[in-house]
Ligand binder design. Structure first.
Ligand SMILES: Nc1nc2c(c(=O)[nH]1)N[C@H]1C(S)=C(S)[C@@H](COP(=O)(O)O)O[C@H]1N2
Ligand SMILES: [Mo]
Length: 328
């Protein structure tokens, strides 16, 4: 039998998911959100009005309403909810793509707090409701490109991380932001394995973290985040490989020095700090020139060309004068 396979971060062969069923429920909800955002532009009166309506939502319901931000709409076909929630990387729940959906039920996303500390003037601990109310929730359709060579198109819900960063007021020492994931063996069975050093940590330079594209993410497909996608709060950095988008964050720390990151510690020659999507810089064990869109893995599916910065060229100015082969 011929089964299409790709490699995970450790070079282990894995079959692709072939689920392509979109959910009727989701489609009708999207219609509603699209309706609400019809003709609106971020910052316009209609956008603000729609936002006031949904601003009071709490984390008690599974639904999460956000206003579609037209700057991040997409003509690309969205990945099905089923694929996005059953083909995951979340090593705290196992290393197979199917593991997180099966095992992440033990994660308790409520109550939850995120402590924000380090080189800032206003350290604080925020609970989920405070995070939900910190800024208007937007829906943004972003491509996520995994370093393994596959990608998805997902309607994420959240707001620019910059909104939170402005609130905590970084001091003049702050040059990097470190994201620290939950580290609780009772909730995360994968922590018993030593596949990575725990907790899972990631980091960005402060200007990358401040870039409006960097999304503090609280939901997807009109719902709060499913556990396997990093409930209740994660970041999504769409111009970088997927592993930079840390899930189930409990701590955000502002630092002077470049933070250690989980994948860089595990294989420094394979995973750099920057990890910008770059078709010209191959992974030492495989090419990064093309990618497979999840859901397009049928018999006649063609690979897509990977785009510099995953197509998000507006971030290029963050790296002027930098050798992106050296700073991979
Ligand atoms: N805490 C944590 N965050 C993580 C990971 C992980 O193993 N643990 N995997 C990363 C990788 S490799 C990818 S590709 C994305 C996948 O996100 P998704 O499952 O929501 O598509 O999450 C990233 N965030
Ligand atoms: Mo990944």
């Amino acid at each position: 039998m011929l089964v299409k396979r790709n490699h995970n971060h450790n070079g282990i062969d894995l079959p692709f998911s072939s689920e392509i069923t979109p959910r009727a429920v989701f489609e009708s909800r999207r219609g509603f959100i699209r309706q609400m955002a019809l003709g609106s532009i971020a910052g316009s009166a209609l956008f603000e009005m729609a936002n006031r309506e949904v601003f009071a939502q709490s984390a008690s319901s599974q639904k999460l309403i956000g206003v579609a931000n037209p700057a991040y709409a997409s003509i690309e076909k969205k990945t099905s909810y089923k694929d996005a929630t059953t083909y995951n990387n979340f090593y705290e729940f196992g290393t197979d793509k199917a593991d997180p959906a099966v095992n992440a039920g033990s994660l308790k996303p409520r109550p939850w707090t995120v402590s924000i500390e380090g080189e800032i003037k206003k350290p604080m601990t925020l609970d989920l409701d405070s995070l939900l109310k910190l800024a208007p929730i937007e829906e943004r359709i972003y491509r996520l490109r995994c370093v393994e060579g596959w990608s998805m198109v997902i309607p994420w819900m959240g707001y620019s991380l910059a909104q939170l960063i402005k609130k905590v007021e970084p001091n003049s020492n702050a040059r990097f932001v470190e994201f620290i994931t939950l580290d609780d063996k009772k909730q995360m069975p994968g922590l018993r394995s030593s596949v990575l050093q725990w907790p899972y940590v990631e980091g960005l330079r402060l200007d990358e973290a401040m870039h409006p594209l960097t999304l503090l993410t609280l939901g997807m497909y009109g719902e709060v985040l499913p556990n396997q996608n990093g409930a209740p709060v994660r970041i999504v950095v769409p111009w970088k490989y997927g592993f930079k988008s840390a899930k189930s964050i409990v701590k955000i720390r502002f630092t002077k020095e470049q933070p250690r990151t989980a994948w860089n510690v595990s294989a420094p020659n394979e995973y750099g700090f920057y990890s910008n999507v770059n078709p010209e810089v191959d992974h030492p064990r495989w090419s990064q020139a093309t990618e497979r869109r999840i859901g397009e893995d049928g018999l006649f599916a063609r690979k897509r060309k990977t785009l510099m910065f995953n197509g998000y060229n507006e971030v290029a100015s963050l790296y002027t004068g930098m050798d992106l082969k050296k700073y991979f």
